[in-house]
Design a protein around this ligand. Sequence first.
Ligand SMILES: *Cc1c(COP(=O)(O)O)cnc(C)c1O
Length: 372
Amino acid sequence: MHPTEKPIYVTQPFLPPLEEFQPYLEKIWESKWLTNGGPFHQELEKKLADYLGVEQIALFSNGTLALVTALQALRITGEVITTPFSFVATAHSLLWNCIKPVFVDIDPETFNLDPEKIEAAITPHTTAILPVHVYGKPCNVERIQKIADTYGLKVIYDAAHAFGVRYKGEGLLKHGDLSILSFHATKVFNTFEGGAIICPDAKTKKRIDDLKNFGFADEVTVVAPGINAKMNELQAAFGLLQLKHVDKAIERRREIDAQYREQLSLVKGITCPPLPVDTIYNHAYFPILVEKDYSLSRDGLYEKLRQNGVFGRRYFYPLISDFPMYRGLPSAAQTNLIVAKKVADRVLCLPIYPLLTDNDFQRVVSLIAGEK
Ligand SMILES: *Cc1c(COP(=O)(O)O)cnc(C)c1O
């Protein structure tokens, strides 16, 4: 790396100008309401439900606790069908609820859970399906719902990547019994740390709100061994500010995505998985596949980029099913997850974020094209 060049990470959080946050801070200092469903929390819930085109949303301190609570809210037990090609929190949320994950292979086009392979994994213990909209690209929600209806299963989407995605003219997060979001600093919309559960009705939201506050249903009634997973007012205030900028931020991501596609189409051995169909996409990630006819292996390219200050990420390698707490499961066998293994060995996510400069973008592309 040239000494004057700054490292380029796979993502950089979007921070609005600092002075725009000042008025929010003053209000918090004035009200002295710091957490427990304060005014900014209430406002963010309303504005997000509107923005995302969903009925109800319950805010959380992070996405992982939202996942754990979603499973608890629907009283999921036994076995749950999920994907190995995700961030480890997806499967961890099952273990936190003493549920057995059952891994099913992914679709070679979308890298999402392959609906054609779900039915074979259903047993009398199966109670739910936990798919992930990987990179924010929609799962085959129609097919998954049909299977769930046939077998009487719940569907909880890990939609951590899918903020703002619209599918066939509607909010993607409407699908399934529940969807969860992450507002971690690395995600398209962030509240430093944060998350949410999307649910269809006020009654379910009440149960979720109770569960994220120790199980308190009112001042003197505790209905379940709930956790403390409340979003605080600082996070909510930052979310409100961020929401004002998020459309612009996604627009800039869209431009970068288009430029990568154009410039990388000329590089032999690099393929860009297609954009999702019928979708207004959020361009949360830009994965490429490093094919056999590229001049370096995937890890070779990953290392070359690192040595030049470009920190791509191999999302998702290793597969969740390869971590020690999962690899003993029968469904974790490599022969069960052939597509996932192949993708995990070839994928590399490139830097994409609203403040990525043209200059830095060109540095990334030139390195991949072998020009330096
Ligand atoms: C980020 C992420 C999570 C966890 O969210 P946190 O807010 O970091 O707890 C869960 N699932 C997926 C797929 C993620 O990418």
